[in-house]
Design a protein around this ligand. Structure first.
Ligand code: SF4
Length: 421
């Protein structure tokens, strides 16, 4: 969207007060995300000047445009996630308009970046997120994404490789491949083992980029071939992110997710055996409708047994238009919160123990931010924005890789010292 606006002659400004048009890219995935989007809209609306226009874009705008207009009366327009490429026309229409509020939402399939003539990545420092597909063809009972975005649409291999070349030329050191379900990549294009093939092509095309990370793999689709490809190249970092959501087969069946927990155990064992030093991340949901104490106890035991390197957990929230939305949301909020706390405390101890095992070791770290006597970075075990950091108590140049000796460990972060020799 930013590139399209720039091409249409608009200029980005650093502070909202200086902008003629304010655009909030909303998230409509779960209640917490919607709350954050609304908070941002309200804070911008509170200091809106007469000539300024306020637009809500993104998933929530796609999902509930009319509701959004009534919750945020200062909004001038909403534009859904399937119409993102029409943003310049919308801004133009607002500037020429009569003050009428505009709604642009369509039920068409997602428009891929290359179809709109733009790249499919977002850069920050020496790192980038690179989109490989959008939408989701799975039908998890709790999830609104298939309704918001439609079925999986994979980007063309050539479009992704072109983007990767641009990122290499810009000196990017880490590519994070993203999709709602990365393991589905290429399926809709008729490709066999699409993700494995894409990874091989990426390694051959941009051998200069040291870290290529894959996020969001679907359980049951982390195939031996995929793991073998990851094992074969140093560039494909041993980081495996499989959101499992639960570990009791009955809950998984109600969630409409793969329910063979023994198969999941076998996959995790295989990944650990084939990818030495692998960082395993997962996500869990507590308080899904009907979750009993015994079902939760199975989940807690699984988390303690598997000792994931990274674990995120959420309390279940009813989402409009999802199959689970028709179920009785019968786990009380305080029980959901208590279960979340139990998982997070268990994981905190696991994470601390795992971090302590790194003290004294030397690791490559991507240095990213610096100031006030501190430099921060990440190891291959830390995906941007969600995992831990390495803290170095001195100011050094950033956006580069450096060898760092780990001198201390916190629950989620590590303390490091730059290796100078
Ligand atoms: S795979 Fe992920 S995005 Fe797709 S329906 Fe399930 S939870 Fe939602």
């Amino acid at each position: 969207m930013a590139i399209l606006l720039q091409r249409a002659g608009y200029r980005q400004v650093g502070i909202p007060q200086f902008a003629d048009v304010l655009i909030v890219n909303t998230c409509g995935f779960i209640a917490q995300a919607r709350g954050e989007s609304l908070e941002m809209l309200e804070s911008l609306a509170a200091s809106l000047r007469p000539h300024q226009r306020l637009i809500a874009a993104g998933c929530w705008a796609q999902r509930e445009p009319e509701a959004l207009l009534s919750w945020a009366p200062e909004l001038d327009a909403v534009i859904g996630t399937r119409s993102w490429h029409r943003l310049p026309q919308l801004v133009q229409a607002l500037s020429e308009g009569t003050g009428e509020r505009l709604v642009v939402t369509e039920s068409r399939n997602m428009v891929m970046p290359e179809d709109a003539g733009v790249s499919g990545y977002a850069r920050f420092g020496a790192s980038a997120f690179l989109k490989i597909a959008d939408g989701c063809s799975r039908q998890c009972a709790f999830c609104a994404i298939p309704a918001i975005k439609g079925p999986t649409m994979s980007r063309s291999l050539s479009g992704i490789l072109d983007d990767a070349r641009q990122l290499r030329d810009a000196g990017i050191l880490e590519i994070n491949l993203i999709a709602q379900d990365s393991t589905y990549y290429g399926h809709d294009l008729g490709m066999q083992d699409g993700l494995a093939r894409l990874l091989e092509e990426l390694v051959a095309t941009v051998p200069e980029i040291p870290w290529i990370r894959v996020l969001y793999m679907f359980p049951g689709y982390v195939t031996p071939r995929l793991v073998d490809v990851m094992a074969a190249y140093d560039q494909l970092i041993p980081y495996v992110d499989i959101p499992l959501q639960h570990a009791h087969p009955d809950v998984l069946r109600r969630m409409r997710r793969p329910a063979d927990v023994d198969a999941v155990r076998k996959t995790l064992d295989f990944v650990r055996a084939r990818l030495p030093g692998v960082a395993l991340r997962t996500t869990m949901i507590v308080g899904f409708p009907g979750e009993t104490d015994a079902e939760f106890a199975t989940l807690e035991a699984f988390v303690r047994e598997q000792r994931f390197d990274r674990l995120g957990a959420f309390t279940y929230s009813h989402e409009l238009g999802t199959p689970a939305g028709a179920l009785d949301d019968n786990v009380p909020d305080d029980v959901k919160q208590e279960r979340l706390d139990i998982l997070m405390v268990a994981q905190q101890d696991i994470s601390f123990e795992k971090n302590r095992a790194f003290v004294g070791k030397r690791l490559p770290v991507l240095l990213e931010g610096m100031g006030k006597g501190l430099t921060i970075g990440r190891t291959y075990r830390d995906a941007p924005e969600i995992d831990g950091l390495v803290l170095i108590y001195e100011e050094v140049p950033v956006d580069r890789m450096a060898e760092v000796v780990i001198v201390d460990a916190l629950e989620y972060d590590l303390i490091g010292r730059l290796e100078t020799s």
